[in-house]
Design a protein around this ligand. Sequence first.
Ligand SMILES: *Cc1c(COP(=O)(O)O)cnc(C)c1O
Length: 237
Amino acid sequence: MTANLALTIADNLARVRERIAAAEARYGRPPGSVALLAVSKVHGADSVAAAHAAGQAAFGESYVQEALDKQAALAHLPLTWHFIGRVQTNKTRDIAGHFAWVHGLCELKHARRLGAQRPAALGPLACCVQVNLSGEASKGGLAPEAVADFIAACRGIDGIGVQGLMTLPAPADDLAAQRRPFAALRALRERLATPALPLPTLSMGMTDDLEAAIAEGATMVRVGTAIFGARVGTAHR
Ligand SMILES: *Cc1c(COP(=O)(O)O)cnc(C)c1O
């Protein structure tokens, strides 16, 4: 790891933490109520190690093989890995065995496979159900009206535990437009949460819209670019 890379990432992380704290204060959220997931996809193990040295423990990855390689290289560090990419059927065993969280759950077939393949010693795989609030066919996620039945079906599956909801809206430039899908996810959570199934997690907000997400109740923001720099030649998934 070069000293420069470590300094840049530590500095970037400090700035992201300041943005989170400022948004918590501005929108009346308790200090520390928004967790930071550092999205390290496309960036190397040295970048993850630098972020860990600067106090970050939770990392999000979108590509299974890339994540497994990094996990192997960093097995000596106490890191928590979240799978935030699109779940593919032929990858469920690797995901179930090597991640603590899955953020993009939206197919029952995947939920069943992940539950069946989850090693019992690891405890239930924490899952967020992905909701598509922008109606874009290219984006993954369930239509809001399908979420209640989906969660009910997931409750019968050993090996996974539904912790909440996740969304990945289309980019929007102004705060009001950014807040709309996040407000809709929050409202859906309020409608579906019960004492037996509190759905504590709202996974929403990225580099460009984390303030809007925190304003609408995000409990976990997934931030890549602002911590690790631009991902050259890759698109959001
Ligand atoms: C890449 C990615 C992020 C991080 O996006 P940035 O704009 O780089 O902060 C967050 N969530 C998901 C699902 C992603 O794929």
